[in-house]
Design a binder for this molecule. Structure first.
Ligand SMILES: C[S@@+](CC[C@H](N)C(=O)[O-])C[C@H]1O[C@@H](n2cnc3c(N)ncnc32)[C@H](O)[C@@H]1O
Length: 294
């Protein structure tokens, strides 16, 4: 791995190939935990609907556990160069990244003992069949995808996006708020975030990270209108600080109120109430924890 330069870069310096090489050459501990979490979260889906994977990057693996539980999948990212990698995989381009080890891992999470190549291929085919749109999205916009109305999705999955897109805590808060506004009343939000990480490296570039934890996440979701009883949080220690820049991740689900009003559901219409940054707690967290409603 190349040494990471001091200072942080903007996303105009982002290299999707370096990202895939560094983070997705194998199923790392954080991704093993994330895929297991998404698999478990999907068991809560009663009726398959329309799902969005926001901030997908050049990856496809988070769609692998979703595909059996949704009718249609849209994907979005800030960078066309990332979406090109997704499109390449969707078109079965032989130069596309190999996600088969991730599909195998997901099948194991679902209880399949020693998945066969055929089962892996079938899951990949299901993802390809479900994806109908690859769209540009900007979490900094109140309406993050120009062509999509707020409140459009029965499920929004956004992993390592909002906190990995900015080093500014207030901006992170705004990004996350804008992302959850895409969720329809009664919809399910699933997320994963780097925990207490100030920067991560991609190739020799360093990207700023918002240094958040489960308390920050709970506060923003609550301010965005989710009822505490409808949120679930897990903290997973992954021990990757030396190699990748973080020791733990936060995994969360939040269910929007079915009525879509402001007394519990996501603030699909409203602005985020102002809030001072909470005091940063000691960095060592439990391997697993639940926040409001635990
Ligand atoms: C660390 S990557 C995560 C990619 C992928 N979700 C994963 O788990 O590997 C962060 C992603 O956030 C995207 N991003 C950066 N700024 C953004 C913005 N303003 N709106 C939406 N996505 C953004 C980047 O293009 C990049 O794909």
């Amino acid at each position: 791995m190349r040494a990471c330069e001091p200072g942080t870069s903007g996303f105009d310096q982002w290299n999707p190939d370096h990202y895939l090489e560094q983070y997705y050459g194998r199923v790392e501990a954080d991704e093993a935990a994330t895929l297991d979490f998404i698999t478990r979260a999907c068991r809560r889906v009663a009726v398959p609907g329309r799902a969005l994977v926001f901030g997908i990057g050049p990856t496809v693996h988070h769609m692998l556990p979703l595909a059996p539980h949704v009718r249609e999948l849209h994907v979005a990212d800030y960078l066309e160069s990332n979406l090109d990698h997704v499109r390449r995989w969707l078109k079965r381009d032989p130069l596309a990244h190999d996600w088969r080890p991730f599909a195998r891992h997901v099948l194991c999470c679902e209880g399949v003992h020693a998945p066969t190549d055929q089962q892996v291929g079938a899951r990949e085919a299901l993802v390809r069949a479900r994806v109908t749109q690859c769209l540009r999205g900007d979490a900094g916009c109140e309406s993050p995808m120009a062509s999509v109305a707020l409140g459009s999705y029965d499920m929004v999955l956004s992993c390592y996006c909002a906190e990995s897109a900015t080093g500014d805590w207030y901006e992170w808060r705004r990004y996350l708020h804008n992302i959850v506004r895409l969720l329809a009343p009664g919809g399910l939000f699933i997320t994963a975030a780097l925990r207490r990480c100030k920067a991560y490296c991609v190739g020799h570039r360093r990207f700023a990270c918002a240094d958040i934890d489960e308390h920050d996440l709970a506060a923003v979701l609550q301010a965005s209108g989710f009822a505490p009883a409808q949120m679930h949080f897990e903290v997973q220690t992954v021990g990757l600080r030396e190699r990748l820049g973080y020791d733990s991740i936060v995994l969360a689900t939040a269910r929007a109120s079915p009525t879509g009003d402001r007394s519990g559901p996501p603030a699909a219409r409203g602005a985020l109430p102002s809030q001072p940054r909470p005091q940063v707690l000691p960095s060592a967290g439990p391997a697993r924890s639940k926040l409001p409603g635990s």
